[in-house]
Write a protein that binds this ligand. Structure first.
Ligand code: ZN
Length: 161
């Protein structure tokens, strides 16, 4: 394939009691939620970075700095859509994505189909081009204690023309 473009993204957040827990545009029921300046959708953050990276662009911290008050409680769907717009200006669009969620709780498996559906809609790609995986930190560190969550993502792009 010519013009093959691949990028990676990584994000980590703290989990604290009684906060919303959004994952890939899906609201997940859990006694803890994500501590963040935006709405804390860690999956969308890691995917946005992977897509921007594949496009040779900067990261979401550069385009949506958390020091900017206008980004407070910013919808992560908006962050991803803005990232897609930046790619579109370069005639690029997502081809496929894949990511791994690392946390002890909640269990991700029951949400895999919802996640695939949600991301396929936001990215305008077929659900068969969305890979969703999950693992735990085997009880090690802050993620292992159930007080953190991390996501590793990879994405590829194709030319629109
Ligand atoms: Zn984040």
């Amino acid at each position: 394939m010519t013009n093959l473009r691949i990028g990676t993204g990584y994000d980590v957040h703290q989990l604290k009691n009684n906060l919303p827990f959004l994952l890939g545009g899906v609201e997940v029921a859990h006694n803890k939620g994500v501590v963040a300046h935006s709405d804390g959708d860690i999956v969308l953050h890691a995917i946005s970075d992977a897509l921007l990276g594949a496009g040779g662009l900067r990261d979401i911290g550069y385009y949506f700095p958390d020091t900017d008050e206008k980004n407070k409680d910013l919808s992560s769907v908006k962050i991803l859509e803005e990232s897609l717009n930046l790619l579109k200006q370069k005639d690029l669009q997502p081809r496929n994505i894949d990511f791994v969620v690392v946390c002890e709780q909640p269990k991700i498996q029951p949400h895999v189909e919802d996640l695939k559906k949600s991301l396929s809609k936001i990215l305008n790609i077929d659900a068969s081009f969305v890979g969703v995986k999950a693992t735990t930190a085997e009880g090690m560190g802050i993620i292992g204690e159930g007080n953190g969550i991390a996501v590793f993502a990879i994405a590829s792009l194709e030319n629109i023309q």
